[in-house]
Design a protein around this ligand. Sequence first.
Ligand code: IDC
Length: 305
Amino acid sequence: MDHVGKHGALKVSGRKLLDKDGCEVRQYGMSTHGLAWRPEFVCEETFRALRDEWNTNTVRLALYTHEYHGYCTDGDKNELMGLVIKGIELAVSLGMYVIVDWHVLGEMSPLIYADEAEIFFRELSARYGNCPNMIYEICNEPNGRTEWFEIKEYAKRVIPIIRENAPDSVILVGTPEWSQHCDEAFEDMLDYDNIMYTFHFYAATHLDSLRKRLSSCLDAGMPVFISECSITEASGHGDVDYVSTREWFSLIDRYNLSYICWSLSATTESSGIISKGCTKLSDWQDADLKKTGIWFRNRFLSEKN
Ligand code: IDC
């Protein structure tokens, strides 16, 4: 199905995400693992399978900035930018939405590579302007001692640059402590249209107190997008917690939130949805998937577009 053909450019209204006709929509799908780690999944076969076999409407491209051949450290910038462009082009050709995720993690504060982020988002937005498929995620997970005022300072540098080329596109902004403190952002929100704040959870680690924090912000009208989650522990390892998962997804359904699963990979990590050793790029059967993969596939299949 051509999702973007049907729903067009998205916009944020109050705490909701709406399509071109003003109908409320929900974005859901898979996040790649770091593009430098797993470039093989950025291919037509995989994206088509995510759309047609897994019924997803969105794919997230995780561009690590710091770790393992990070874009701002020892990564090959041209190669990585090439993968981002390839991923976007595939999404465009398949009518899927695509989140370009500036994957802040090891460096802790998005201010560390803010100069590089400005260049990156200027180039990207100049190329794609208001392409309706595009969703810009400007910092995955600020952490350590990074506070909201620092994230806000970064956002106020990068958002105007994107806005010059893409005045109406949806932009996702990370929040303190691995994108878990939406409440701190809520105290002092950004003054731009079409912004959503991100919240991330890993169901086996994050329990009631985090659900309460999120639902209070939602009740107060904050636009939140779950641009990364899993049903394992936050380390990416450990067993799944189905009880907590049920609670998280009943919250997601109650507020009709968008959610993206970490991650499309075949590592030893339980959050990497494909079984270790499986090299298939599509047509994954139960035996090719970890518990996380089976759970998320079934969840995606239950979504009504
Ligand atoms: C993990 C990867 C792992 C990699 C590590 C790098 O799964 O292979 O070695 O990053 O530090 C996040 C992050 C995401 C993490 C994931 C699991 O956004 O990059 O991926 N996680 O730990 N936040 C909470 C959990």
